[in-house]
Design a binder for this molecule. Structure first.
Ligand code: FAD
Ligand code: NAD
Length: 478
């Protein structure tokens, strides 16, 4: 367990918001003994999001992809405090974060201020709904563990309700229609997992639904997975078709009610048609929107006026218009896509930056001390020796100070598309390798297994996969 060390008043306070990909990558590589570190997040665990689409169907159990934050910091030196809370406001002029405990159990104090010298904002993003009426009220999302659990319950509830005595055929059809909106990787992977669940398990355990269970994937653009190459997009769409997932591209959802989605469809001749689709369970995966705490910070800073997707940052991830505030991951607006790969590389970069800053400060203090000794020394030989030492330190300072700006290295994109097939666009040497199929699926599995946060996660995920192979997925509604 982490040693309890009280904050050192001679050190700067570094406050980190969030326990996601960006913040955790920063904390992993940060020499925490150089700062009084405070981490604030409503989630006291790290979530391995790449396997989240496998959770609602039970291909992977949710705890297998969670890593308790206390595990992550257990070997850290110095003070690392964790507060389970939401940052509700960042006052950049007063240099404080206002935090609030929004969990069910609240103590006498559940709102307070945390002052900082340095702040890293890594709060991620929320689900985009584009203000489309009814989405917030009726759709499920897929961002957090709670979302996956909610979907799992709802899918099974729809199935059992469809099986209710004397259920009308029309209502049965509706209840067994699972609609996924958003043909990005989240939507595609989840639709594929859901269809697998039906083919492998539901068909067997609830045979009465075999003719009516149906997954539809709705996408506003002409094709799914825009970040993949044309060949892989075609391969994905062909596979979805083979799986009997109805793919409705050029279909922009405009309204959601408790039982229907209403969409504008662009027909092959370019004309528009308004269609109404009844659904039982709706999963909304149309990408990211800026969190309120980030929007509020942006509104305090004139330099952020033109930024839309999140906090505008410079090449060292410093938030434009601020001093001592950095942002990384999905809450920042950069030229890169909002992915775990980008967020974790940014986290590792900021760790280097903070480690270098601390080293520079230490060296500068040593330099100052040497200059004081030199001023007091009367012996020529001593002074010469001190001069040599000063030159060495100055050189070391110059070296640590030269940190190049953040640069992202893209390793490739991977997505599961169902029927034990995956697609991969991988950067290899100086080129790109595009592949799709069953071998790519094995590669996808081994890559994600190796990327899991800890050995414990890796073992749990591998056991879940084995369990599903042997016993199938659990169809209890819980
Ligand atoms: P997050 O990882 O979202 O972390 C944000 C953290 O901030 C969380 O701990 C959250 O609890 C905390 N927080 C939220 N609000 C506050 C607040 N007010 N105050 C303090 N803390 C707060 N990317 C890939 O590269 N590959 C993939 O295969 C992949 N698969 C994905 C699958 C799914 C289903 C999803 C939803 C995303 C996937 N992504 C993938 C994208 C990836 O998860 C994100 O880009 C990544 O999580 C961004 O990291 P982050 O640190 O910015 O934010
Ligand atoms: P996304 O932004 O990639 O895709 C959302 C899709 O929803 C878009 O194609 C958009 O056209 C569509 N859409 C928006 N409004 C719509 C509407 N009203 N009706 C119909 N369609 C609509 O979102 P995502 O899939 O959640 O991904 C978010 C980020 O996470 C991306 O950067 C993605 O690369 C990353 N991610 C990566 C992986 C992976 O690498 N396997 C998996 C999941 C997510």
């Amino acid at each position: 367990p982490q040693e309890q060390v009280e904050p050192d008043p001679t050190k700067k306070t570094l406050v980190v918001l969030g326990t996601g990909w960006g913040s955790v990558a920063l904390l992993k590589k940060l020499d925490t003994e150089n700062y009084n570190v405070i981490v604030i997040s409503p989630r006291n665990f790290f979530l391995f999001t790449p396997l989240l689409p496998s959770c609602p169907t039970g291909t992977v159990e949710h705890r297998s992809i969670m890593e308790p934050f206390r595990h992550i910091i257990r070997h850290k030196k110095g003070t690392v405090k964790f507060y389970e809370a939401d940052a509700t406001k960042i006052d950049h002029e007063r240099r404080v974060v206002i935090v609030s405990d929004n969990s069910d159990i609240k103590g006498d104090i559940h709102q307070t201020e945390v002052p900082f010298d340095y702040l890293v904002v890594g709060v991620g993003a929320e689900n985009a709904t584009f203000g489309i009426p009814g989405v917030k009220e009726h759709a499920c999302f897929l961002k957090e563990i709670g979302d996956a659990q909610k979907i799992r319950k709802k899918v099974m509830d729809c199935i059992e309700t469809a099986m209710f005595k004397d259920q009308t055929p029309g209502e049965k059809e509706r209840l067994l229609h699972m609609v996924v909106v958003g043909g990005g990787p989240t939507g595609v992977e989840f639709a594929a997992e859901l269809q697998d669940f039906f083919e492998d398990d539901l068909r067997k355990w609830v045979p009465d639904i075999a003719d009516s269970f149906h997954v539809t994937l709705v996408e506003a653009l002409p094709n799914v997975l825009p970040m993949f190459s044309k060949t892989l997009i075609e391969y994905t769409e062909k596979t979805l078709n083979e799986e009997k997932i109805s793919l409705r591209t050029k279909t922009m959802v405009k309204k959601v009610t408790d039982k229907t989605i209403e969409a504008e469809v662009t027909m092959p001749d370019g004309s528009k048609q308004y269609q109404v689709l009844p659904y039982g369970c709706l999963v909304w995966a149309t990408g990211n929107a800026v969190r309120p705490v980030v929007r509020d910070l942006m509104s305090q800073i004139p330099a952020q006026k033109n930024s839309r997707r999140g906090l505008a940052v410079n090449e060292y991830l410093v938030v434009d218009g601020t001093d001592g505030i950095w942002a990384l991951g999905d809450c920042s607006a950069t030229k890169y896509a909002p992915t775990a790969q980008v967020a974790s590389q940014q986290g590792a970069f900021l760790a280097r930056l903070f480690n270098n800053m601390a080293k520079t400060q230490n060296l500068e203090q040593e330099l100052k001390h040497l200059e004081e000794i030199k001023a007091e020394s009367k012996v020529q030989e001593d002074q010469e020796a001190i001069d040599k030492e000063i030159a060495k330190k100055s050189k070391a300072i110059r070296k640590v100070k030269t940190l190049s700006p953040f640069e992202y290295t893209h390793q490739g994109s991977l997505a599961y598309i169902g029927m034990e097939r995956a697609v991969a666009d991988i950067s290899w040497w100086n080129g790109n390798v595009a592949s799709g199929g069953s071998l790519t699926y094995l590669f996808w599995r081994s890559a994600y297994l190796s990327m899991c946060f800890s050995t414990r996660n890796r073992i749990l995920v591998a056991l879940d996969w084995m369990k599903v192979k042997i016993f199938g997925r659990d169809v209890s509604r819980y």
